[in-house]
Design a protein around this ligand. Structure first.
Ligand code: 2E6
Ligand code: F3S
Length: 346
């Protein structure tokens, strides 16, 4: 006689528990450049170094840099006259550069080059007297900075639902631009509705939603249908991180949460869960993802499979002002090209 043993629910779950780990995830080229800029500035000039706004929207990055001597301020006028101030990766309006000049501050601009690209587009279309419909979230620092390039020409469009209220001077001369970290799908829906209303609407010369935002969303879309619980590591004010939770839920994940740290994971979220998806926003150091993986492994989710949606290799040079000072200190070009110290934020 053959005796069949049927596994209990608990045994079945133990056998199949797994993690899908998104790639790419975490730091993008612009965040890496901005964080290294603050680290190098602290080494070079010594603390304190002032930073206007959070250098990137991540709690751990900010508290770690604070411990090393960075002072984060909300506005330029909080920086003592003549001191050094770094502008965050999200970019600043021209008026902020003017204020810094008036206060004789030494500035280092860590604006992501892909945000600067959108600023340049805004200036160019404003010079050609276009109405610019900027798709983005009100109050977000990037939107404030980009809008400040051409306030007379820019109208903010926050979502598809806001399209009805948009008015322009000349429907023949309208272009849309966007924040770099939006949901690709929602933005395309906003554009579709805008074009229904303004058939001559022009597209940006190239994608404004950056490669990192797109790739991280792509990986999440691939994982979501198989995922019972998606854990996104990131801070609540990080637009691109928040979007990853939304994209996961829209594409089939049963549940999804944003956490800054592994110890924020509620054990109740794991009840009945077989597949956990893990990813992180573009401002999140990998050490925080490793902590989440350790937390999950301790609870039986030790089987980790990568889901690779794209390869990334982009690197940006450090801001010119900083490279010049590094070069002056070290007296040779080579030293200025050394970009990475393997610190705890990498
Ligand atoms: C600068 C521009 C875009 O909130 P958001 O996603 O924009 O910002 P971070 O700091 O979380 O991500 C990086 C970044 C910096 N994205
Ligand atoms: Fe830049 Fe995109 Fe990162 S705009 S800072 S590369 S999220």
């Amino acid at each position: 006689m053959v005796v069949m043993t049927v596994p209990t629910d608990a045994q079945a779950q133990t056998r199949t528990k797994r993690v899908l780990l998104a790639a790419p995830r975490g730091y993008c080229a612009g965040v890496d450049r901005a964080v290294v800029t603050v680290e190098k500035a602290l080494d070079l000039y010594g603390p304190p170094v002032y930073v206007r706004k959070q250098i990137v929207h991540n709690k751990h990055v900010v508290t770690t840099l604070e411990k090393r001597g960075a002072i984060f301020v909300d506005e330029t006028d909080e920086v003592p006259e003549g001191a050094t101030v770094i502008f965050s990766a999200h970019g600043v309006a021209p008026v902020v550069h003017d204020e810094a000049k008036q206060l004789s501050l030494k500035t280092i601009d860590a604006t992501c080059p892909l945000v600067t690209k959108v600023h340049r587009e805004a200036v160019r279309f404003a010079d050609d007297d276009f109405d610019i419909l900027l798709i983005g979230h009100e109050g977000h620092e990037e939107v404030v900075g980009t809008s400040g390039e051409a306030p007379e020409h820019i109208t903010l469009v926050q979502s598809p639902a806001h399209v009805d209220e948009v008015e322009v001077r000349d429907p023949e001369k309208v272009v849309w631009l966007s924040q770099t970290t939006l949901s690709v799908d929602e933005t395309m829906e906003t554009v579709r509705r805008l074009r229904e209303k303004f058939p001559k609407l022009q597209d940006p010369p190239s994608d404004d939603i950056c490669y990192a935002t797109q790739n991280r969303q792509l990986a999440v879309k691939q994982m979501a249908p198989e995922t019972d619980l998606m854990i996104v590591v990131g801070s609540t004010n990080s637009s691109n991180s928040v979007r990853l939770v939304e994209v996961a839920l829209e594409h089939g994940a049963q549940d999804g949460h944003l956490v800054d740290y592994a110890d924020e994971i509620d054990e109740a979220w794991l009840e009945g869960v077989t597949t956990v998806g893990v990813t992180s926003g573009a401002s999140v150091p990998e050490v925080l993802v490793r902590d989440v993986l350790d937390f999950l492994a301790q609870r039986g989710y030790g089987d980790v499979s990568p889901v690779v949606a794209a390869e990334e290799s982009l690197l940006f040079a450090l801001p010119n002002e900083l490279r010049r000072d590094l070069k002056a200190r070290d007296g040779n070009e080579a030293a200025a090209k050394v970009r990475h110290d393997a610190g705890s934020l990498h």
